[in-house]
Design a protein around this ligand. Structure first.
Ligand code: PSU
Ligand code: MN
Length: 304
């Protein structure tokens, strides 16, 4: 197929049954400010290597889905202005126009599936927005999780979203939600959300077993693998709750809509918390990369 380019390193890793972990590029282009976006993207790749797997950052460049960006390409994603935020609906347009595109969780899952990468690490997934029952603002990440066979390791769902409705929606779509070493679903900046996770796993191996069983049974789609933020980076609910409420109010007052909502809220919350939210965000992404690298290794070893 002409529309995908897999780096030599990633191709070799897949062929030699090494673990491979997909990484998204929206977190680089739209989720974090420069230069922390660049530093984090490179450090996260390093964490994956240290844990015995190979990173595959995914983006849309030069009319192709690129799987496994070079350092220069990551830098391009971190520095470029006007990068299109690409979810499933935007992929064909971005490729045919040869635009630069940063893939969201949904876009990255599609690239990973095309390349045969089964595990993906990120910070947080999109979900049902607050007031989503009226606006119908529900992230394409959720439907993608029911379509593409990729396990997504994340720190849960931010309370900028309606966590309860997000979990209900995932249940309707048949997407397993499995929390690592906790029976409570995490809320990104907080290790606890007040919502029970219907599944729990105590090791990377248990998670790998569940995913492989699902795919061997041809039960399509991925899974949410929720990894609570390390406790030392946990932000207190009263602090983050107020920051989120203020950011949401400003978002409404400014009439921000659609795909601009999530990046706007992330940057406002960073401003309101004086950068603490960004520190936590970076720590949790690395923590997710570590778990994802271990799951990817287990899956690769068990494949025949
Ligand atoms: N949540 C974060 N950081 C992010 C995103 C979500 O904490 O960078 C990004 C991811 O790429 C996710 C996307 O797939 O936002 C969801 O956007 P939307 O709500 O427009 O579907
Ligand atoms: Mn949306």
């Amino acid at each position: 197929m002409n529309y995908i380019e897999i780096s030599t390193e990633v191709k070799e890793a897949l062929a030699s049954k090494k673990g491979v972990v997909a990484l998204e590029s929206t977190i680089i282009s739209h989720g974090m400010p420069y230069p922390q976006n660049l530093e984090t993207a490179l450090e996260v790749e390093q964490v994956i290597r240290e844990n015995g797997s190979i990173p595959a950052t995914i983006a849309i460049m030069d009319g192709k889905v690129k799987v496994g960006l070079s350092k220069d390409e990551i830098q391009r994603m971190a520095e470029s202005k006007n990068v299109r935020k690409v979810s499933r609906r935007d992929i064909a347009y971005t490729i045919s126009q040869k635009e630069l595109g940063a893939t969201t969780v949904s876009g990255t899952m599609i690239g990973a599936q095309m390349a045969g990468v089964k595990i993906f690490a990120t910070g947080g997934i999109g979900g049902v927005h607050r007031d989503g029952e009226n606006t119908l603002d529900i992230s394409a990440d959720l439907t993608e999780l029911s379509k593409s066979n990729v396990g997504v390791v994340c720190a849960g769902v931010k309370s900028i979203l309606d966590i309860g409705r997000t979990l209900e929606y995932l249940e309707t779509l048949g997407v397993p939600i499995i929390t690592y070493k906790s029976s409570e679903f995490p809320a990104f900046f907080c290790s606890k959300s007040g919502f029970t996770s219907h599944l729990k796993a105590d090791s990377a191996e248990e998670i790998a077993n569940m995913l492989q069983t699902k795919w061997q049974m041809d039960l399509k789609g991925g899974a949410v693998i929720a990894n609570p933020i390390p406790t030392e980076y946990d932000i207190k609910e009263e602090i983050i709750g107020k920051a989120i409420d203020d950011a949401l109010k400003e978002c409404n007052d400014n009439g921000i809509k659609g795909k601009d909502v999530t990046p706007f809220l992330l940057s406002k919350i960073k401003e309101i918390t004086g950068g603490d939210s960004l520190k936590s965000n970076i720590a949790l992404v690395k923590n997710n990369a570590r778990l994802a690298a271990n799951i990817a290794k287990q899956i690769a070893q068990k494949e025949d």
